[in-house]
Design a protein around this ligand. Sequence first.
Ligand code: ZN
Length: 247
Amino acid sequence: MTDDPRLKRLVDLEQHTVIYDQAAPDDESPIRVVRGSQPILISAPHSARHWRDGDWKPEDEYTAALGWFLHETLGAYFIYSRYQLQPDPHDDGDANPYKQVLADLVATTPFRLALDLHGARGDRDFAVAIGTIGGQTFAPYESQLVTAFEQHGFIDQAPTSLDRLALNLGRYMGGARLPTITRFLWEQHQLPCAQIELSAWMRIVQRLPNATNAKNMTSPDFRGDPARILRVLEALTSFLRQILTKL
Ligand SMILES: [Zn+2]
């Protein structure tokens, strides 16, 4: 399992496509757009550290790798933070740089849908939390997305939180209160979008040495669950493939 080439690829991508703890060089934007060949958009605004409430918040590890993987596998477009991002686009209005780059991209590319990827701590009571602001933002595709995760073993009434799929749960509604990417794309651009929060166990193949929780010695050797990381990867891939075959 741990030598699955897809897991190795995720580690390789995470090592080479994102620098969690550095500012962008003067001649470069912290925000990177990876152009694809298909009308689907993956977003990972917290892939590097991001400034919120007067402090740097830890990166959502491996959301950069996941987006790159979906780009390589399916031809998805991908937008993410390659370097530290200030301000956090989930803690700011619609005029911040990430949302502006997103607006330009959406204006020039006829996307069908977007997925905004995030990371949650490993001690939350879910494996995967899908937020669509109570069903508003992803209506045409929501049941297919839920079914794809269910088919890969993630269900609401799972015996362990490590297999629990939560839909529009409490703080993970996708923007009921915060000015999220999901809310922005749906309300301002009428692009169906779902926020997908993945527990640390579902995405961190192997923590990198410059991760916040490695540098502060909280858990420098954290490794998620390889089988579940692959199930998440397969659920996302099969969902997006279904969409693309119907276009
Ligand atoms: Zn996040």
